[in-house]
Design a protein around this ligand. Structure first.
Ligand SMILES: Cc1cc2nc3c(=O)[nH]c(=O)nc-3n(C[C@H](O)[C@H](O)[C@H](O)COP(=O)(O)OP(=O)(O)OC[C@H]3O[C@@H](n4cnc5c(N)ncnc54)[C@H](O)[C@@H]3O)c2cc1C
Length: 431
């Protein structure tokens, strides 16, 4: 049995997906690592299940791929968007034949924990809750035996999720804004219109994201506005209109059996990365709407970047630059896909037109969505193109219907779509 060195090189707080990958990245670079995880075993919860190709590449690089492939899973080829105007679905393939991966969250986490624990330089301690950090001294409580232990570590990593204790000890506010709720529903024994793809159905109060997580199980993530009722009857009334008929019997059955898991979709900008000696990774740095399914991919890239960076400052700089685009994309897409005012409707039409007319925009979207492309200019070009097409649409509509006053009002409202990403960028630069 492996024994914890009295002074491991690195202590990772949290054995969620990002903590495990960060620990593996350190171990592969020759460091001894201890992972302290408060929970005695990975519990079922509604959280990340879809991984984009850059995450798959990291899993392969750090020896976690074979354990994951042994799980019941689906290989993801991209996404299919079903527009709210009833037009044909739009297929967005991952470029260069790259693939994603999806499986049930707790199985994914258990497999990553197993991979980490199998590494000779990593010791995973389950049921160990970190309760104090002072300088480089870290105290954890063995929950089962109610005994605490203090260790000194040169490098502490806070991978402890949205309510991060590490973040609190750095006096960084855990302030977040509630964006919406997510209802997770499991469908049994259904066939999806495009197997191996994530499906995005628009036209409900928020987007519905549907993908396979096992040979018999399909996950529905239904985005529910804050002021809506969190009830099965609400979900049926709001979403049965936009889903294909073939899924409705299983959807009804799941709702009748009350198989609904709820999660809050929050926004906390990824502006804080910790300090020298105590770095934050994954959701502990900030988190955003899961619309684009990029939380884990972004977190894996944090871990990989932390290990390869020459200094904490270099890590902080790199991630501040490269996480702005995924954060903005998720936030903007969620707004565009859930609002029903005229400017949002026009932007949706602009985006559909952009995808349909030019396959290179489909490739650009998937590069941005998967986290492979994080360049702000690249994002800006696609974003402005979508807004520009929406403006052309509104002008044509105004002229043909001769509704000059209404058209002018809609055109004026486009300013807000550009103001919000700009304000977020300024906030980041100031931190
Ligand atoms: C509804 C929903 C759907 C999502 N879908 C996707 C998706 O499809 N794809 C995707 O990439 N992302 C998705 N996400 C986001 C994804 O779940 C998160 O980004 C991811 O779980 C973050 O991983 P993490 O390891 O940083 O944090 P967590 O998964 O929260 O893990 C943190 C770990 O730290 C432990 N911990 C906390 N405090 C302490 C302490 N004091 N001491 C010791 N241990 C501690 C916790 O027990 C936990 O195990 C989704 C999120 C939601 C809410």
């Amino acid at each position: 049995m492996k024994r914890l060195p009295l002074t491991p090189d690195v202590a990772v707080i949290g054995a969620g997906p990002v903590g495990c990958i960060t620990a593996l990245a350190f171990a592969y670079s020759g460091y001894s690592v201890v992972i302290l995880e408060a929970q005695p075993k990975s519990a079922k919860r509604l959280a990340g299940e879809w991984l984009h190709p850059p995450a798959v590449k990291i899993l392969q690089h750090f020896g976690a791929w074979s354990n994951l492939q042994a799980l019941e899973h689906t290989t993801g080829l991209g996404f299919v968007v079903f527009p709210d105007d009833g037009t044909e679905p739009i297929k967005l393939n991952y470029p260069d034949e790259l693939v994603g991966f999806s499986c049930e969250h707790n199985k994914l986490v258990s497999a990553l924990q197993e991979t980490a624990d199998d590494h000779p330089s990593i010791q995973l301690i389950l049921g160990a809750k970190v309760i104090d950090i002072e300088g480089q001294k870290l105290t954890f409580l063995d929950i089962k035996h109610q005994q605490s232990q203090t260790i000194s570590v040169e490098c502490i990593v806070g991978a402890d999720g949205r309510s991060s204790f590490a973040r609190k000890t750095l006096n960084i506010s855990n302030h977040y804004s509630l964006v919406s709720y997510m209802a997770g529903v499991l469908l049994e024994d259904v066939e999806l219109p495009f197997e191996s793809f994530g499906h995005v159905f628009l036209g409900g109060p928020g987007p519905a994201l549907i993908y396979r997580i096992g040979s018999r199980q399909v996950r529905m993530c239904l985005d529910v506005p804050i002021d809506s009722q969190k009830k099965a009857s609400y979900l049926w009334d709001a979403y049965s209109q936009v889903l294909p008929k073939s899924l409705l019997p299983a959807f009804r059955q799941a709702l009748q059996n009350s198989k609904i898991a709820w999660a809050a979709n929050q926004f906390s900008s990824r502006t804080h990365y910790g300090r020298h000696g105590l770095a934050l990774v994954g959701d502990a740095t900030g988190h955003f709407h899961p619309m684009t399914a990029t939380g884990m991919t972004t977190g894996f890239l944090d871990g990989e970047c932390l290990v390869r960076s020459q200094s904490f400052e270099a890590y902080r700089r790199d991630r501040k630059i490269h996480t702005y685009v995924p954060e903005m994309l998720a936030t903007s897409l969620h707004e565009v896909f859930s609002r029903d005012d005229d400017s949002a409707v026009a932007i949706r039409k602009g985006i559909y037109q952009m995808w349909r007319q030019n396959p290179t925009y489909c490739v650009s979207t998937m590069r941005l969505l998967s986290g492979a492309e994080t360049n702000l200019l690249f994002f800006g070009k696609s974003f402005i193109k979508g807004v520009a097409l929406a403006i052309v649409y509104v002008i044509n509509d105004t002229v043909s219907k001769r509704q000059w006053q209404h058209g002018t009002k809609v055109l004026q409202s486009f300013g807000q779509w550009l103001r919000s990403p700009a304000a977020s960028l300024v906030r980041r630069t100031l931190h």
